[in-house]
Design a protein around this ligand. Structure first.
Ligand SMILES: Cc1cc2nc3c(=O)[nH]c(=O)nc-3n(C[C@H](O)[C@H](O)[C@H](O)COP(=O)(O)O)c2cc1C
Length: 293
């Protein structure tokens, strides 16, 4: 695939293509507080799902989780083992564990049970890891993946019990509606940092997904968000929350939990400034009427 098909480049260009009008008269200093899956947080900015960090950077998964807790923000984590997840849960950060679409269903149910037993905030699955790039199901560290059916997703939702189930890697109205049908409480509109070349930009498809699912399901969006201005655009186009992934990872490497907290607070401040300039006093009230494409 040529450079022009790089989904990260396409997504970043789309974020930058969106411009915003200003509505200053009668504006007030806004609040960035956000309710995500039933809980109030200081910001709609949350972690994305990471994996395999502990191997190269021992202690960093927990450090990152601590940073999100310090910032009163929601944490998320990806493919992991019991030891790494235990260290993350021990930080007390509200954490959604995103489980891989393992072919072995036992592996999925083990992770769901582990999450429940350790007080997870939620569980979910990154369905976009089903296929590899060479004509077969994906193989991640020796684990074979597979696409899941609505019935299988429904069984995970049931196994999660009171924990909200989140489907990550949704990039179509069709999948979003199937997630709602399965009883998922939220979806992450994402292409998993370019797992799929030529993917539609998450922000481009987000309004169509929001229109199709209405308020039935909460929407998190990610891929390429680096500032409060970017986050504002995600919220304006229909997201309840925005995951910031590689940008925050860089801050973890630089200065651990404090670096994560500082960056989330900085981005939240930028978001408040944009909200104020656009006349939105609360996160819930932000809409797309100020966006010029
Ligand atoms: C090192 C690394 C590991 C990741 N591991 C996972 C994972 O295990 N599960 C998952 O759902 N997403 C995983 N992701 C994808 C991120 O959650 C996110 O969707 C993606 O990086 C896009 O956001 P960004 O552009 O802000 O980085 C990983 C990303 C990176 C950079």
């Amino acid at each position: 695939m040529g450079k022009n098909n790089d989904s990260n480049v396409i997504s970043r260009a789309y974020i930058d293509s969106l411009t915003i009008e200003q509505r200053l008269i009668d504006a007030v200093l806004p609040s960035p507080k956000a309710r995500i899956l039933g809980k109030a947080f200081a910001t709609p900015i949350m972690n994305a799902a990471f994996s395999f960090l502990a191997a190269s950077h021992p202690g960093y998964p927990a450090e990152m989780a601590k940073g999100f807790r310090q910032a009163d923000a929601l944490n998320m984590w990806g493919m992991s083992n019991d030891e790494e997840m235990s260290a993350i849960y021990a930080t007390g950060a509200d954490t959604i564990e995103i489980i891989k679409p393992f072919r072995q269903e036992d592996d999925i149910f083990h992770r769901i049970e582990f999450a429940i037993a350790h007080g997870a905030f939620g569980v979910g699955m990154d369905i976009d890891h089903a296929f590899g790039k060479s004509g077969d199901y994906d193989d991640v560290a020796g684990y074979i993946m597979e696409p899941k059916t609505v019935q299988q997703l429904t069984s995970y939702v049931k196994a999660a019990g009171n924990l909200p189930f989140v489907v990550k890697g949704v990039l179509s109205v069709s999948d979003a509606c199937k997630c709602a049908e399965a009883g998922a409480k939220a979806i992450v509109v994402s292409h998993h940092h370019g797992i799929f070349d030529g993917a539609v930009a998450p922000l481009r498809i987000l309004p169509a997904i929001r229109e199709a699912v209405g308020d039935k399901i909460e929407i998190i969006v990610d891929c390429g968000f680096e500032s409060g201005l970017d986050v504002f655009k995600g919220l304006a186009l229909g997201a309840n929350a925005v995951s910031v992934s590689r940008h925050i990872l860089a801050k973890t490497y630089e200065s651990g939990a404090d670096g994560v907290e500082k960056e989330i607070r900085k981005m939240t401040g930028e978001l408040v400034s944009v909200m104020g300039r656009c006349g939105f006093a609360t996160v819930d009230s932000i809409d797309d009427s100020v966006i010029w494409k």
